[in-house]
Every structure is written in structure tokens, then in C-alpha cells.
Ligand binder design. Structure first.
Ligand SMILES: [Zn+2]
Ligand SMILES: [Zn+2]
Length: 88
């Protein structure tokens, strides 16, 4: 058998860009400023809180509103649902 020579793609080694400081992929939660934001609010679609703070906001509630009512910390829109985001 005469295999044709496999041409390996010779990717030129990319010169590493000078980036001494690691850039955080996700800005921290606007509430605790510690944990990465990973919670998606509906209907405003803001991702501004970590899961813990979203749960705290929900548990704390809003005066004069039914239990479980809370507002997006960014736009003050009433949150009707939230989703945990998973980054890869
Ligand atoms: Zn938080
Ligand atoms: Zn919002």
C-alpha cells in the first residue's frame, strides 16, 4: 500500500499576546461584587447577579408586593423568572 503522505497542517505558532494580567471572563455580581454573575432574569434579560444574590433578592422580597416579588438590580423591572447560566 502506498499511502499518500499526510500533510499535517502546520499552524504557525501564534505569538502570545502580551497579557500579563488575566482578564476576568465575567464581571462579578453587582450585588455581592464577589461571585461571578450567572443568573439571567426574565423578562429584562439582564445577567447581573450570582445565583446566591438572586435567591436573596427573591427571599427578601419587596414591601407591598406579594411574597417572592423582586426587581432586577439594574433596571428595577419586576422579575418574573430567572435562569442559572452555565458558562463553558
Ligand atoms: Zn452576588
Ligand atoms: Zn433588568
Amino acid at each position: 500500500m502506498n499511502f499518500s503522505r499526510q500533510q499535517e497542517a502546520q499552524a504557525p505558532t501564534p505569538a502570545p499576546a502580551a497579557a500579563p494580567t488575566p482578564t476576568p471572563q465575567v464581571a462579578p455580581c453587582v450585588v455581592c461584587l464577589v461571585l461571578p454573575k450567572n443568573t439571567f432574569f426574565l423578562p429584562c434579560a439582564h445577567v447581573c447577579c450570582c445565583e446566591d444574590c438572586a435567591a436573596i433578592l427573591e427571599a427578601r422580597g419587596v414591601d407591598g408586593e406579594p411574597e417572592g416579588t423582586y426587581h432586577c438590580p439594574i433596571c428595577r423591572e419586576k422579575v418574573t423568572g430567572r435562569h442559572r447560566l452555565f458558562f463553558t
